[in-house]
Design a protein around this ligand. Structure first.
Ligand SMILES: NC(=O)c1ccc[n+]([C@@H]2O[C@H](COP(=O)([O-])OP(=O)(O)OC[C@H]3O[C@@H](n4cnc5c(N)ncnc54)[C@H](OP(=O)(O)O)[C@@H]3O)[C@@H](O)[C@H]2O)c1
Length: 332
């Protein structure tokens, strides 16, 4: 049943302030009588969505199976723990614990009201599925993905600053899909000046995905407003600062929980030096261009013993390229 609830969770949007959550209501014989999922900030939470599909109420002895601990928080919608208690549910089974400061502790509210609570069912799988939102809530800043395309010799641009195209079609399609599932794309003013990128999320046929992340340009240089990043295809902000913590705080306050830093090297290096990243995605092309435009510049490390240790969690061929996903090594 929890596997089914996890599937339902994925029907909701991956971007935005709220997590993807799925919920199922079972009758006393453990037959599914309602299913629900969260469709994004401002809409019913998964438990309430499932309950709404039972116009005659919850039968006696019913169980709710939810992927995340029911919330205890009154935001734009009421607390789910209370909605479950008022529905007369007998038992609540959930997977991940809610780390949210305001929303946590729903299980205590349920227990205090005499509802049986079983926690931690498929917890590891659920935590993995919601790693972006859970990490953001724990760290109280957006989950940060750094991404770049590099040649086999680790260059991200040729000496004349051109970088189109290092990676192949399959890699670029993968990036566009990822963009459509997160809140903001960050680039430095250098990348906007040299590349004049669109930074929109486009499908392989060239049309735009329904969701477009906010385009965020970081740096003090005044930029011509006819650059593509300022077109009408997606929202854009230009933040005239070098303080990336301020940038993250600004995006957090706007409800953003997952940002993609797309470079260039100066901006990416700043995030790395401050330890502000949760994963690095590299699209490595079988090209050699030499020169000095490396993916990462100065990150404050001068000797091997201080090297930042990461671990590869995914490596696969993407067309002619190799895709690598690495995360900071635990304890480093
Ligand atoms: N292969 C790839 O994946 C990829 C991706 C992106 C870019 N590129 C290539 O990278 C090159 C541009 O890289 P880049 O390193 O020059 O550009 P960048 O990192 O995009 O921009 C550098 C600018 O960012 C601003 N900035 C904002 N916060 C900063 C901070 N904390 N520290 C330092 N600078 C900060 C500064 O601008 P102000 O002076 O305006 O304050 C700085 O000059 C281009 O050739 C582009 O083609 C390649």
């Amino acid at each position: 049943m929890m596997h089914r609830a996890l599937e339902l969770a994925l029907l909701g949007p991956a971007y935005g302030a709220n997590p993807q959550v799925g919920a199922i209501i079972l009758d006393k014989d453990l037959n599914i009588i309602a299913e629900g999922w969260h469709k994004g900030a401002g809409t019913a939470h998964a438990e309430v969505d499932a309950l709404s599909k039972l116009p005659n109420g919850v039968p006696e002895g019913a169980t709710a199976v939810v992927t995340l601990e029911p919330c205890n928080h009154t935001g734009r919608t009421g607390p789910c723990a209370v909605a479950l208690i008022e529905s007369g549910i007998s038992r609540v089974v959930y997977a991940s614990k809610d780390p949210g400061n305001e929303s946590a502790n729903g299980s205590k509210t349920l227990l205090d009201a005499g509802v049986e609570v079983i926690q931690g069912v498929l917890e590891e799988e659920a935590d993995k599925q919601s790693v972006v939102w859970l990490t953001a809530m724990k760290k109280q800043r957006p989950y940060i993905t750094l991404k770049w395309a590099q040649t086999l010799d680790g260059r991200t641009a040729a000496s004349d600053k051109t970088s189109k195209w290092i990676s192949g079609t399959e890699s670029r399609e993968d990036v566009h899909l990822r963009r459509s599932q997160l809140d903001a794309i960050l680039v430095g003013t250098g990348t906007v000046k040299y590349d004049n990128p669109d930074l929109t999320a486009r499908k392989p046929d060239g049309t735009r995905y329904e969701h477009q992340p906010l385009r965020v340009v970081v740096g003090n240089t005044e930029l011509a407003q006819d650059l593509r990043v300022f077109n009408e295809d997606a929202p854009t902000v230009h933040l005239k600062t070098h303080d990336v913590k301020d940038v993250l705080a600004h995006l957090w306050d706007r409800g953003m929980r997952h940002v993609l830093v797309e470079g260039g090297a100066q901006l990416a290096s700043e995030f790395i030096s401050l330890g502000l990243f949760d994963e690095i995605l590299i699209y490595q092309a079988p090209l050699l261009i030499g020169g000095t435009n490396v993916a990462v510049t100065e990150i404050g490390i001068s000797t091997m013993k201080d090297a930042l240790a990461l671990e590869f969690v995914e490596i696969k061929k993407l067309g002619p390229d190799v895709f690598i996903r690495a995360i900071p090594k635990e304890g480093s």
